[in-house]
Structure formats: C-alpha cells, structure tokens
Design a binder for this molecule. Structure first.
Ligand code: FPP
Length: 250
C-alpha cells in the first residue's frame, strides 16, 4: 500500500551505491556483474522515489578516485553507463524523470559524453523526479572549481550555492537524506557541501539487493528524526518545528 507523504515532499535523497563488487564476488561472478545488477537496483529506486516524496535523487556512479581501479573494470563501468543511459531514455520519458550528470566530462569516453547529452536534452522537460548521476565526480573538486569562480569577491552562502550549482550543471540542492549501502560508514568525497545538514543512513545491504522497500525504510527513519540545523530542539524553544532550508540560509 502506498504511504501518504502529503506535505512532506521535495526531498533530496543521495545514494552511495556501494557493495556491487562484494555482491558479485560472493556469488563467484565477475565484479562487473555486480555493477550490472546495481544498475537494475538504480532503476527500481528511481521508480519508487517519487511516491516517497523524493523530488531529487543523486546517485554516485563513479568518483574521481575510481580511476584508480583496474582498467578492465573502469572500461566496463564506462560501457555500462553508456548502455544504461541509452537504454533508459524511453523509460525516463515515460516516468517523467529529468536526468542530469554531475562531474567532469573531459576524461569520459566520447561515446558516453554523447549519450549524456542525448539523455539530458531528451528529458530536460520532465518534472516528476530529477535524477542526477554523479560520474567522474569529486565533492572537493567541485567546491574548489566553484571557489575559483568567486574571484576574490565576497560571496554569500546563497551566491556560492548558485555558483556551485552551475559548476555541477545539475544544481547544488542541499541533501536531506544520504543513504550508503554496503556497510561502510563514510562520505567518500560525495556532495560534501550539499550534505552539510544531511541525515545519514547506513545499511549493510549490498546495493544490488537494495529495493524500493529499503528506500521506504530509510525515509521512515529520516522522518522520525528532528532536524535542528544547529538550533535547539523545537520543544525547548517552545515553538513549532519551523526548521527549513530557507531559515538556515537567511
Ligand atoms: C560501488 O561498488 C560501485 C561503483 C563504484 C560503480 C558504479 C555503480 C554502478 C555501476 C551501479 C549503477 C550503475 C549504473 C549504470 C548507473 P564497489 O565496486 O565499490 O563495491 P565493493 O565495495 O563491494 O567493491
């Protein structure tokens, strides 16, 4: 039965899709089979997200540090990403999902860059969910690049967020909930600015086994938490919980 999240929509959820390699190795499969299965998990999660009040979903597909992996695995991931994006366009259009890719493009294979452009322009008018795939992405690098564009000017947090959004190409909305699968408990250079006040959920579940139900569970957990953004609990302050991004920014 769908859960009613009326009045609690527009969540930005970020996912670190970890555990593909271990999932495959445990089954005697090559690691790329884990990434392939991981792409199917992402498809399930994208389908489940809008009903759960998620308006933006950012998924970490390949970090700047992932280039250190064996060339064979890197090549296979690049090919899988290109295949996934090309294959996904009709489904994204059907589900009204806008796709953006954040991260560097200058080191990606040409065929992948071409399909990224194709998917982004085909889905640019979609409004049900904004899916952002982070490819060749580093949180530190995006902050550094945005800082370079401030050119000694005195910028506000809001202005910096706009510059970072342009640097990322797909925006820089604050993350409400970050989910990491695979049992590790770290950020691994993902959305460092955007996660300033994110709630963190870590699960031992390997990404290829992650389902829409797991996302529902994580969002339930998130809903039970009080976000204070540095303030005192609402009960102590004797006022309704009015914490919001706007309040934090102004
Ligand atoms: C993390 O698992 C996965 C990656 C760094 C690879 C990228 C993710 C995918 C390819 C899944 C989504 C796919 C598409 C096409 C969007 P890991 O390899 O670090 O796993 P391990 O920690 O068990 O070794």
């Amino acid at each position: 039965m769908p859960i009613n999240f009326t009045g609690q929509s527009k969540l930005h959820v970020a996912v670190i899709m970890d555990g593909n390699g271990r999932w495959a190795t445990e089954r005697g499969l090559p690691r790329i089979a884990g990434h392939q299965a991981g792409s199917e998990s992402l498809r399930r999660v994208v389908r489940a997200a809008p009903e759960l009040g998620v308006s933006t979903l950012t998924a970490y597909a390949f970090s700047c540090d992932n280039w250190k992996r064996p060339a064979e695995e890197v090549d296979a991931i690049m090919a899988l990403l290109a295949w996934y994006l090309a294959d996904e366009i009709p489904r994204l259009l059907e589900d009204r999902v806008r796709l953006s890719v954040i991260g560097r493009r200058d080191r990606l294979p040409e065929a992948l860059v071409a399909v990224i452009h194709q998917a982004e322009s085909a889905t640019s008018g979609c409004d049900k969910l904004h899916l952002r795939l982070a490819i060749d992405y580093s949180g530190r690098e995006s902050i550094l690049t945005a800082t370079g564009q401030c050119a000694g000017r005195d910028v506000t947090m809001e202005r910096f967020e706009q510059i970072l959004a342009a640097t990322n190409r797909g925006g820089a909305q604050p993350v409400d909930l970050l989910v990491r699968t695979g049992g590790e408990q770290r950020l691994s250079d993902f959305l460092l600015w955007e996660c300033a006040y994110a709630e963190l959920v870590f699960t031992r579940r390997m990404w290829p086994e992650f389902t829409g139900q797991d996302l529902t569970k994580a969002i339930h957990d998130f809903r039970r938490r009080e976000r204070r953004f540095g303030d005192v609990p609402a009960a102590l302050a004797n006022r309704p919980d009015t914490h919001s991004r706007e309040r934090w920014l102004h």
